[in-house]
Design a protein around this ligand. Structure first.
Ligand code: PRX
Length: 635
């Protein structure tokens, strides 16, 4: 039996036991047997959650691209590494072999070097789902530059904040992107952002839609002419195990986004290991994750995890509804996809459409179905299991976070029996626990509490870029000596975990994490707004939608409320992006506050959810009278 590939439940329990009894030798043997190292480590793990400081494989030297590309060339040189499916179904898919991937990444890495980028520099990547996105990520890793991919749906302001936070020297973008039947001028967004980013010296522009976007003299360069003349070989930079690999921003409960820093060796080992087991990937299978590489799911399970295993990974440029709602299933049929990994919000949207979109396609290649990003409701789970998996492909409900780098709680298909809405059991090496309100660990089964992890795992984020104190405060201060996830969970009578949702001020809308504070900051930018509070309410496709309570300034003017609503959403779109728009806006004269001036969001949440039977004791509020008023005018 190999620890690397778990095939049944008995093996899972044995491997799990070993992984927690002696984590160091467990991870060391996986690292030793399945990866190439320029130099082996001196020490497997050192950790101290009070600082917090976590180091895996200290002393080791490696390059992750050697593990994801070079080592496959001898045996898999002609195998498709990336299978690119364009937005337009009439355009040909592109099969990029491991050899072609190697050439492209090496050329790109040489271009980066020739443009003055070296180890440790930050490079912002703002691209749609095209091969250049994967190439640029890997090219950064090849030379030790730290990539910071920003999801191409973010606005110019959001992009500028992220570029400045990590002082990026370069931005890689393209002349525009296709999304369904829309064209988005990405370059114009970059130009707008860069008005406020003095740190950026160079912008590389890939030609994708053939627009004649103007280039700024001295700053902007077309990418492809540089690539075409760059050498095809590039010696990989030697990286220390704990050298940063990338920064990826995630929303927090307060203010600015958090630049989560992931390092090299532990991230590589853990994402590769979990990819193999959670998707039970076998040679010659075709794996497809529909996420965008702008999110952690794309980093870990489109690029690094699959490529470290020599897999074929599909990259889809388009959207599930174009040219019609059968597109996903048409792609599954066309490429004989074996593993399919998507988000509950996509499943709910697909389930609303006519079943004939599914039935007209041959889905018999499917072996494993995955979900990620938010709790999956029972109805969506059954729809997925029955209509897509035909009850024969296990559904793996994978729980994890940008901060965790890889999947922590998930069934192992064909081993762990699944139950709808349960992420089930921790993967090897993961030691979850539930904490009660008095910060005591809840032993036993059938309990419900705050989900923490007691022991380090290789792919955990090591810090927040430029703000280690915030890292400590956010994740290691709520409960002593534990990583706090921000999620609530219950453990049932069999030890299975079910994630119940966020317990902080982060709301997950269509699978995207949105902190309430940055949205409130944007709303408050409207000249007529005095104060605002944002809460979530259930939505049948998005999971949650946003509800804004807004107090307008008393100017004596009679304002057109519909107009103000539109303007508020316009400002949100400019500051963050369209994903953070408010579905409902209620104008109110006051917000319920505690005597210390804190907004009582619990009450606002209940009112927005139209669940006002038990609002709790409101008499201790500073202004109990506003509650009645808000309830009367609920939208
Ligand atoms: O609340 C949990 C939810 O998504 C959060 C992490 O979001 P993000 O950092 O954007 O990463 C998403 C992709 C890994 C978690 O704190 N979440 C993620 N997966 C699940 C989930 N909630 C319930 N079930 C899941 N399977």
């Amino acid at each position: 039996m190999s620890d690397y590939h778990i095939k049944n439940l008995e093996e899972y329990f044995q491997v799990y036991r070993r992984s927690v009894q002696d984590p160091e030798s467990f991870w060391a043997s996986i690292a030793e047997e399945h990866f190439v190292w320029q130099k082996k480590w001196d020490n497997v793990l050192s950790w101290d959650f009070t600082k917090p400081e976590i180091k895996w494989f200290e002393g080791a030297q490696l390059n992750i691209t050697e593990n994801c590309i070079d080592r496959h060339l001898a045996t898999r040189g002609d195998k498709t590494a990336i299978l690119f499916e364009p937005n337009d179904p009439n355009k040909e898919a592109r099969h990029i072999s491991y050899r072609e991937l190697h050439d492209n990444v090496c050329r790109f890495a040489n271009v980066l070097r020739s443009q003055g980028i070296s180890k440790g520099d930050r490079v912002c990547i703002y691209l749609p789902m095209i091969p250049e996105l994967a190439f640029s990520v890997l090219a950064c890793a090849r030379i030790g530059a730290i990539h910071s991919v920003v999801f191409a749906g973010f606005s110019a302001t959001a992009l500028a904040t992220r570029i400045n936070d990590s002082d990026c020297k370069m931005v890689i973008t393209c002349d525009g992107s296709f999304r369904g039947n829309k064209i988005i001028d990405l370059k114009a967004i970059v130009d707008e952002a860069l008005k406020n980013c003095p740190c950026v010296e160079t912008v590389l522009v890939a030609k994708h839609i053939n627009s004649n976007t103007p280039l700024k003299e001295g700053r902007d360069k077309w990418l492809h002419p540089l690539l075409n003349t760059a050498p095809k070989e590039c010696i990989p930079e030697t990286m220390a195990a704990e050298d940063p690999l990338f920064i990826l921003y995630t929303s927090g409960s307060t203010g600015t986004p958090k630049g989560m820093v992931h390092t090299t060796a532990g991230y590589m080992v853990y994402t590769a290991y979990t990819f193999k087991n959670v998707f039970q990937y076998e040679e010659d299978e075709v794996y497809w994750c529909t996420a965008d590489i702008g999110w952690i799911t794309g980093h870990s399970y489109i690029i690094y995890g699959p490529l470290a295993n020599g897999a074929t990974t599909v990259m889809f440029e388009g959207v599930p509804s174009y040219p019609d709602w059968g597109r996903f299933w048409q792609i599954v049929e066309k490429h004989r996809v074996n593993q399919f990994y998507t988000a509950p919000t996509a499943i709910r949207a697909l389930a609303k459409e006519n079943l004939s979109f599914v039935e007209r396609h041959d889905l018999s290649s499917l072996k494993v179905l995955g979900t990620v990003g938010e709790p999956i409701n029972e109805e969506a789970w059954h729809w997925y299991n029955d209509n897509i998996g035909k009850k024969k492909s296990p559904v793996v409900d994978t729980w994890w976070q940008t901060e965790t780098g890889g999947i922590l709680i998930s069934p192992i298909p064909f081993a762990t029996p699944t139950i709808p809405t349960f992420a089930t059991l921790p993967l090897p090496g993961i030691q979850p626990c539930l904490m009660d309100e008095n910060s005591m660990e809840m032993d036993g089964l059938q309990v419900d509490g705050r989900l923490c992890i007691k022991f380090p795992w290789p792919s955990m984020a090591r810090t927040i870029w430029g703000n280690h104190q915030r890292y400590k405060d956010t994740y290691f201060s709520a409960f002593e000596n534990k990583y706090f996830t921000g999620d609530g969970a219950l453990r049932d009578t069999t030890g299975y975990y079910r994630i119940t949702g966020r317990v902080d001020d982060v709301i997950i809308v269509s699978g995207h994490n949105l902190g309430t504070a940055p949205i409130e900051d944007a709303v408050n930018e409207h000249p007529a707004v005095a104060e605002s509070a944002i809460v979530g309410f259930p939505h049948d496709v998005k999971g949650n939608a946003l509800y804004g309570y807004v107090i307008l300034k008393e100017t004596g003017e009679d304002r057109d409320h519909d107009n103000v609503r539109k303007e508020i959403n316009q400002i949100i779109t400019e500051h963050i992006g369209p994903i953070a728009k408010l579905d409902k806006i209620q104008f109110t004269s006051g917000l319920p506050k505690t005597r210390s001036g804190k907004i009582m969001r619990r009450i606002l949440r209940k009112i927005a959810c139209k669940d006002t039977s038990n609002l709790g004791d409101t008499s201790t509020l500073l202004n109990p009278e506003v509650v009645e008023d808000i309830m009367k005018n609920v939208v």
